[in-house]
Design a protein around this ligand. Structure first.
Ligand SMILES: Cc1cc2nc3c(=O)[nH]c(=O)nc-3n(C[C@H](O)[C@H](O)[C@H](O)COP(=O)(O)OP(=O)(O)OC[C@H]3O[C@@H](n4cnc5c(N)ncnc54)[C@H](O)[C@@H]3O)c2cc1C
Ligand code: FES
Length: 260
């Protein structure tokens, strides 16, 4: 399943934030919105040994694209790859977003920072199903709101440099309170604190909420047991398991089924 894939394009969106496009017909053709890939930081080298997971941001013909935010050792190495070099990629992995449940009229995409990487393919899939989409996208500052090719954007920045001044959750709460969104379902990806707040918002307004978790991973394929998420008591009773694995049972889960 792993493949050395030639990097065909590398673009810097903001300091430390890059998109990497690579040639890989299998990943490009088989990816469904919500899938991820597991990338070895240095092709052909064993240090660092563990792969790093990234949502598939885009697919186009035989090429797929990821967005990488460089912050640790592995992501710094991956983000600095040059066009023409080989990327060692495993995928597509995980389960896609569940957007066919029929329990909503409006898909509300709630995005924090680099969580935006899992939203472009979801937007396209929802539009194919002719479902209305509203995107609530927040970042620390306007330079990190690097990708605006989504649908019906509501922007928020912590420092007030663009859009709503405050958290994206606060902005969404105001709109839900005002009854501006017809029968919503939340699709959420971002930092853990933001996802927790979004899950609480779902409970508060009694609306369905799905979270795509960005937990640390090692194997990405269910072998190492290194990416557990605590299930809620009901799910525990039904399945007999206390934990589920983000890489194979997720990364997207109904907020009601897990504890984050
Ligand atoms: C499904 C999914 C999708 C994601 N999508 C994106 C995306 O689109 N863009 C993006 O920028 N980020 C994404 N992330 C987050 C990204 O994978 C992490 O930021 C990245 O793994 C951090 O790697 P690092 O080397 O920079 O950080 P470091 O902190 O240096 O390393 C963390 C990683 O190293 C491994 N690791 C380190 N120490 C240990 C240990 N003791 N035991 C086990 N493992 C260890 C783990 O695999 C861990 O993921 C996603 C994560 C997930 C799970
Ligand atoms: S990362 Fe190994 S089991 Fe999930």
């Amino acid at each position: 399943m792993t493949a050395l894939s030639k990097v065909t394009r590398r673009r810097e969106l903001a300091p430390g934030l890059v998109t990497i496009r690579f040639h890989n017909p299998k990943i490009a053709r088989e990816t469904i919105a919500g899938h991820f890939v597991n990338v070895l930081p240095r092709a052909g080298a064993n240090d660092p040994m563990l792969r790093r997971p990234f949502s598939v941001y885009n697919t186009d013909g035989d090429e797929a694209e990821i967005i990488v935010q460089a912050h640790g050792r592995g992501t710094n190495l991956i983000a600095s790859i040059a066009e023409g070099e080989l990327l060692d990629v495993l995928g597509p992995l995980g389960n896609p977003w569940n957007y066919k449940s029929g329990d909503f009229n409006t898909a509300v995409l709630v995005v924090g920072g680099v969580g935006v990487a899992s939203m472009l393919l979801l937007t396209r899939a929802l539009l194919r199903e002719e479902l209305p989409v509203q995107t609530y996208y927040g970042a620390r500052t306007k330079d990190l709101l690097a990708l605006q090719d989504l649908k019906n954007l509501h922007l928020a920045t912590d420092d007030g440099s663009q859009g709503f001044h405050g958290s994206v959750i606060e902005m969404l709460r105001n709109d839900l309170k005002a009854g501006l969104i017809d029968r919503p379902k939340l699709f959420v990806c971002g930092p853990t604190g933001m996802m927790r707040a979004a899950a609480q918002l779902g409970c508060e307004f009694d609306i369905p909420c799905e979270l795509s978790l960005e937990t640390e991973m090692a194997c990405g394929i269910g072998i190492c047991q290194g990416c557990p998420v605590l299930t809620d008591e009901d799910t525990f009773n039904k399945t007999g398991k206390r934990f589920r694995l983000v890489c194979v049972d997720g990364p997207s889960f109904s907020a009601e089924a897990i504890t984050i």
